[in-house]
Design a protein around this ligand. Sequence first.
Ligand code: NAD
Length: 381
Amino acid sequence: MVGHVLEKKSFRSKGKSSSLVLTPIEVSGYEKVIEVTDVTVGLSALIAIHDTTLGPALGGTRIFPYAKKEDALEDVLRLSKGMTYKASVAGVGFGGGKSVIIADPKTDKTPELLMAFGAAVDRLKGAYICAEDVGTTTEDVKIIRRTTQYVVGLPHESSSGDPAHFTAWGVFRGIQSVVKELFGTDSVAGKTIAIQGTGSVGSLLAGYLFWAGADLIVSDINAASAQKCAKKYGAKVVSPDEILKVSCDVLAPCALGGILNHHTIPGLRCKAIAGATNNQLRSDADMDLLQAKGILYAPDFVINAGGLLNVSFEIDPSGYNPKASRAKCHEIYDTLLAIYAVAKEQKITTHKAALFVAEDRIRRKIGKRSVSPVFHHSAEI
Ligand code: NAD
């Protein structure tokens, strides 16, 4: 990796002068990786643009107290590449990007820090578009918007709002796809679905499944959250240790990544896995373990694209249209069925089939953005 100073410039924000430095880092296989520092406000961040063949790179801004800069780099590289695949299969005309700010979101997040980060994003002139992620909120994105227009996912009045509804609906459609594949019908009525995590997405998903007639088992490390969901939807509550071992038709992970691994897979008693969690598989080899157990897996970056699909509509030249967004989320069902078909035809896992489809679309420039994004929101929000 070779780095050198790209530009050094002072800018003024809220009466304070700050010194923003963008330093490119060469990383093989990535279009652009930039280290961002601003000593005045204590900003240390990384922006990774993995691939922009299909459109500008889009991906959230994560704030996390990484122990080492190397850990932050590893995370931003992995996440930005994941965004390339996710955006490609979703057909949203975006490439893959991500940013991480090395800081504790509880103690270090100041308006000055966020605005300095926004100024760095602005210097990239739209090659990277940021959004909320772990450690950031829509309120933080509003602050970043003061120094750059290249943001999506602002609060509803000026933007597409909370993505969780669309993500949950996409996951519901994904659950219908695995049920169709296994039982020949897309009806979840009478099927047992186990939901790990009753947070934003998990609780909304529980509602959609309840009204479609499913029987639910739920779990959350926040016992009150699981109980609340159970009371509302007549679900059975199990402990966080039990949820991955319960007998069910579909397991829907809606909590934290890495939960499908060589420790947990032997104990699984589900027929399919279809949930919102990012990076559910700890490694590619874990997919082979799932396959060997005969468990159908809906690839996470395909089934959980509802939020991404939703924000993609807010930069549409004609403005945000929730009905168009809903229609695209609905298509997640067909996209997944097509991926299962590719997996069967090529005798590969569904995870590999999804990667194959993503790479093929990039190679053939399918879904390439034809109109420039239009940012309808203003800085005075
Ligand atoms: P959230 O933080 O609102 O909810 C996560 C829930 O999981 C919390 O209630 C938490 O207490 C619970 N949890 C954590 N560890 C657990 C464990 N071991 N067992 C049981 N419960 C546990 O997050 P969210 O927005 O609902 O997102 C859920 C997952 O979906 C995350 O992995 C997220 O990255 C992914 N995702 C979310 C969106 C979105 O639109 N919010 C989009 C794409 C992917």
